[in-house]
Each structure stands twice: as structure tokens, then as C-alpha cells.
Design a protein around this ligand. Structure first.
Ligand code: FES
Length: 102
């Protein structure tokens, strides 16, 4: 089994019931997955896996995206421009400071 070099978690606001409810979902996070997949391909970033998650408990700063193993937690990921900045930084091996949660 080949393990991912990067694991990108996108908050899908899923609750225990399985329903997707919450800030990130309401702000369009479910649409992030195909955009990230395409963006990774465009930037030749190999070895990345993307997963949709339950609530990451930073709702007041959602939509939230996390990249492991770097442990980069991003908030206020408002859409395509933010995702582009995050993926551009990832391609350079560094975090996108503007969206980092501290
Ligand atoms: S719904 Fe995304 S952090 Fe809570």
C-alpha cells in the first residue's frame, strides 16, 4: 500500500447522524473536492489524498481545510481563490500563511 504524501481534509460538516450540516457545508465546502483534485493535477502535486470530514470544530472560522502530516490548519477558505493560494503554497512546500489558523 502506498501511503499519501499529503492528506488534505476538507470539512464537510457531517454530524453523527450522517447529515451534512454546518458552516463549512453551507459555505460550499462540498464543491472543494473536485476543484482541489484538478488543482493538484495542474500543479503536478503527486501523492495527495483528499477526504471529506465531519465537523473539525473550528466552525466560527470555516470553511476549514487541514493538510497532514504538516498539520496546517486553514480557516476562512472562502472558495477557489483561497484554494489556489493554498495549493500554490503546497507546491512550494510551505503553508499559505494568510489562511493558517493559529
Ligand atoms: S462545520 Fe466545519 S468546522 Fe464545524
Amino acid at each position: 500500500m502506498e501511503k499519501p504524501k499529503y492528506h488534505i481534509f476538507v470539512c464537510g460538516s457531517f454530524r453523527v447522524s450522517g447529515e451534512s450540516q454546518g458552516v463549512c457545508h453551507k459555505k460550499g465546502s462540498l464543491q472543494f473536492i473536485p476543484y482541489i483534485e484538478e488543482g493538484l493535477r495542474d500543479r503536478d502535486i503527486d501523492g495527495a489524498m483528499i477526504s471529506m470530514t465531519g465537523c473539525l470544530k473550528v466552525c466560527d472560522r470555516g470553511p476549514a481545510v487541514v493538510i497532514y502530516p504538516q498539520n496546517w490548519w486553514y480557516g476562512n477558505v472562502s472558495g477557489e481563490d483561497a484554494l489556489d493560494e493554498i495549493m500554490d503554497a503546497l507546491a512550494e512546500g510551505k503553508p499559505a500563511e494568510k489562511y493558517l489558523l493559529k
